[in-house]
Design a protein around this ligand. Structure first.
Ligand code: TXA
Ligand code: MG
Length: 368
């Protein structure tokens, strides 16, 4: 296969709007290659989930710890039984699948004994995470490939997930075979990863996403266990192993501002710190006359969805990427959460911001 960690090359950029390019991408996947592709959440780094060396290449390209399992992507709910990934779906799984697939929901299900997946996909667990994405390019590619495709987010481990092909190229171009670009569809993407739900026992929310707990409970007709908070969870043995790792973090330390942002900014500047601020357009505009302060606009006022869509690009801007690239490194990033007007994506936004703050300093108040 063209992929070889010993001989880095630049990944091929394929167009998601060209049938011939999608056929090339599907063939690369079938031959054991690594292909990044757009979904309605973030870009995934795909490989044949039944091919142990392709799956191993995902872990090494990302620098991903081997105890963090991967989501298997398929073109339709029917593919789960066609590919024999799990025992027949339970009534709750069936209800959630018909309500939200294709879409930004991942179900953790019992793994069929003879599923044929590389054991590394599930990191040795007896479950498998499955998702049927809605994005037209992902759907077409998975349909053409006809195999179960293991795909974590297509970023280096620890970095913000990619929401465009340039993010993928920046992190992985030397380590993967191709990236399928998404310049033609005007999808209203989520920008944050799928909601993950564990259905191997009491239904449990493992990762918040665009589909809210309330929506899940309504569709399933049962109560869910809410997600364990980072503070209360036993992080040495979390249900979703990805929970325990540092995530979404730019190089400079990020603080979540819950108090008067003007005061907090003032305090840090008095201490001589180079401050960066990540906030919605209206908040950033308030600091336009503030010399030496780096501002990165993330979304519009009272529009949580736009904040979610732009969050990872905004975090990457502090590492010098993209149209808002901050060229002089800052000592500290102050992230101002948006007004939450949407429960599913709002909870997901707060979850990602807390993770980007890495639990070091979750909040800064005006007195600190
Ligand atoms: O939106 C998404 O879900 C994106 C796109 C590409 O589909 N993918 C994604 O994958 O975010 P990743 O690998 O970055 O996150 C997968 C999460 C991790 O927290 C992992 O621990 C959890 O799902 N997970 C995967 N398999 C699991 C399993 N068998 N049991 C529990 N958690 C699992
Ligand atoms: Mg990820």
């Amino acid at each position: 296969m063209p992929h070889s960690p010993a001989a880095p090359q630049r990944a091929r950029l394929l167009s998601g709007s060209l049938g011939t390019d999608l056929a090339v991408a599907a063939k690369l996947l079938r031959l054991g290659g690594l292909v990044a592709f757009p979904t309605e959440t973030v870009f995934g780094l795909g490989a044949d989930a039944c091919n142990p060396s392709a799956v191993a290449a995902i872990f090494s390209a990302k620098g991903r710890p081997s105890d963090n399992p991967l989501i298997v992507h398929v073109a339709s709910t029917a593919d789960i039984s066609r590919l024999n990934l799990t025992p027949p779906l339970s009534p709750i799984a069936t209800a959630l699948a018909s309500a939200f697939w294709p879409g930004p929901l991942t179900l953790v299900l019992p793994l069929a004994q003879d599923a044929g997946l590389s054991p590394a996909v599930s990191a040795g667990l007896s479950s498998v995470a499955v998702r049927v994405p809605q994005h037209p390019i992902a759907a077409e590619l998975l349909g053409l490939a006809g195999i179960p495709v293991a795909a974590p987010s297509a970023n280096l481990s620890g970095r913000p997930s990619p929401t465009c092909a340039e993010h993928v190229m920046r992190d992985l171009s030397g380590a993967i075979d191709a990236v399928v670009d998404d310049t033609s569809t005007m999808m209203d993407n989520c920008g944050l990863e799928s909601t993950v739900v564990d259905l191997t026992g009491t239904p449990t929310l493992l990762r918040p996403g665009a589909i809210s707990l309330r929506q899940l409970e309504q569709a399933a007709g049962v109560e869910f266990r809410p997600m364990a908070t980072l503070a209360s969870a036993d992080l040495s043995k979390p249900k979703a192993p990805g929970m325990k790792y540092r995530h979404y973090a730019p190089r400079a330390p990020l603080y979540l501002v819950v108090d008067d942002v003007d005061k907090v900014v003032g305090q840090y500047r008095e201490k001589g710190k180079l401050v960066g601020i990540l906030a919605t357009d209206d908040v950033c505009a308030r600091f336009s006359e503030c010399p030496g302060l780096s501002r990165v606009v993330c979304g519009k006022q009272n529009d949580t969805k736009s904040f979610a869509r732009e969050l990872y690009a905004a975090l990457r801007a502090f590492d010098g990427e993209g149209s808002q690239a901050v060229m002089h490194s800052v000592d500290i990033i102050l992230a101002v959460p948006p007004n939450i007007v949407d429960d599913g994506i709002g909870e997901a936004v707060m979850n990602r911001l807390r993770k980007a703050a890495a639990g070091r300093h979750e909040t800064v108040d005006a007195e600190s």
